[in-house]
Design a protein around this ligand. Structure first.
Ligand code: DI6
Ligand code: FE
Length: 409
């Protein structure tokens, strides 16, 4: 679908079926005989082809979609995509009977990825990350959130965030970066979590903010990581620096991380396997999105499911993401992730598709720019060779993407 644009950067995709995912529309916001017009990378019309204003099509480069389905470009709103090496060895240990917590306490886990990342150059990190990014993009992903969290000192956190930002120079994709310095305790901290949190709040976050390397701040609130009190100190600093927050909450136990995130008006609280009704209620009130991460649940053979029903009852919006990382979710398929969310957690097709489009955009604070097919938003589209949208959730290991459009191209 290359080639020069029509006059004034105008493009029209016609003869398409649309799942607009527009807020308030019933279900997927389906338009059976649809068309989309874009100018200079922004959607200027999305709706019935018969209703498209003549001006929107004048002089446009027109693409006949031959009744294919168009969804918003997919959004992976929670990844740890930038890392070096892999942890297949720990996978083998776990297959021999060790638990994730045992592996972590034995000095493996996140800390082994910290060693590899610290040893890698920024260019090397980018080179190792691109194949993972390409795998996501091959399935129609147009926006990816990327966390740091394997650097755990100022220089290495900044190196990962810079590498993440530079991915957007290498590929046509929107990258949002998140500083996850409060991810794990580095070896040089010698077990002193409070002193490390002082370093995060006192030095790492201010440096990252000064260089504008992060769009948000995240943390891992868990017995094997940081307490709610420690996370609150990180969030206080993030707020003071004007950065939105999000949290790895209630993944392995209920430390009331969801409620903590809500108290800070977090964009999202993520994982949430152990979240209780109070947490769900607090998230609903605060408008904090629940990011559901079935890849980690599956990979570490967790048995406690996130309380999807509670989120529904309280009206908490749900996003779905890969959590792509070397330790607990070496997953680079958002299509497979949707299948897992449906099969493992009973999320509906509509919930899964909203979870990787509109709600993922909301979880990144980007709902004004992308995530639905509506005038005024970026022309980020995925065009699919399918007969019905449910096929995107139903299949496992099959990619029906016909074309991927980012900012109109
Ligand atoms: N929760 C997770 O599942 C990942 N990080 C986190 O806070 C694990 C990351 C890793 O093991 O490398
Ligand atoms: Fe994660």
């Amino acid at each position: 679908m290359g080639g020069a644009n029509g006059k004034s950067g105008l493009r029209v995709w016609r003869n398409a079926r649309l799942a607009t995912m527009a807020e308030g529309a019933a279900g997927l916001g389906i338009v059976e005989k649809g068309a989309i017009a874009a100018r200079d990378g922004l959607i200027i019309y999305a709706g019935l082809e018969a209703g498209m204003p003549a001006a929107a099509g004048q002089g446009a480069e027109t693409i006949d979609c031959e009744r294919r389905w168009i969804t918003p470009g997919l959004i992976d709103c929670h990844t740890h995509l930038v890392y070096a090496g892999n942890r297949a060895n720990e996978f083998e240990m776990r297959l021999a009977g060790a638990t994730y917590e045992e592996v972590a306490r034995a000095g493996g886990g996140i800390v082994s990825s910290v060693k590899s990342l610290r040893a890698a150059s920024e260019d090397q990190l980018i080179a190792e990350t691109l194949p993972r990014l390409d795998a996501l993009m091959a399935e129609g992903v147009t926006t990816v959130e990327v966390k740091s969290g394997y650097g755990l000192d100022a220089d290495n956190e900044k190196k990962s965030l810079r590498a993440a930002r530079r991915l957007a120079d290498e590929r046509p994709v929107t990258i949002r970066t998140t500083c996850l310095a409060a991810h794990a305790l580095p070896p040089e901290a010698k077990g002193d979590k409070d002193a490390f949190i002082d370093l995060v709040a006192g030095a790492i976050l201010p440096e990252v903010a000064a260089e504008k390397l992060a769009d948000a701040v995240d943390g891992f609130c868990e017995g094997i990581a940081f307490s709610p009190e420690q996370m609150a100190r990180v969030f206080d600093k993030a707020k003071a620096l004007g950065l939105p927050v999000k949290l790895h909450a209630d993944q392995l136990s209920n430390l009331h991380g969801a409620a903590l995130a809500a108290r800070y008006g977090a964009l999202s609280a993520d994982h949430l396997e152990y979240t209780d009704e109070e947490g769900a209620g607090a998230m609903a009130k605060a408008g904090t999105v629940a990011t559901i991460l079935p890849g980690a649940y599956y990979f570490i053979r967790e048995t406690k499911k996130p309380p999807v029903d509670l989120f529904r009852r309280h009206g908490v919006k749900m996003a779905v993401a890969t959590d792509s990382n070397p330790g607990t979710s070496p997953l680079t398929s958002l299509l497979l992730t949707m299948n897992m969310a449906a099969t493992l957690f009973g999320m509906t097709v509509d919930e899964c598709l909203a979870g990787v489009t509109r709600e993922a955009a909301r979880a990144l604070g980007l709902l004004g720019q992308t995530g639905t097919l509506e005038a005024g938003k970026s022309a980020d589209l995925a065009i699919w060779d399918i007969e019905r949208p449910a096929e995107l959730v139903y299949r496992m290991g099959f990619n029906p993407l016909h074309a991927r459009i980012w900012r109109g191209q």
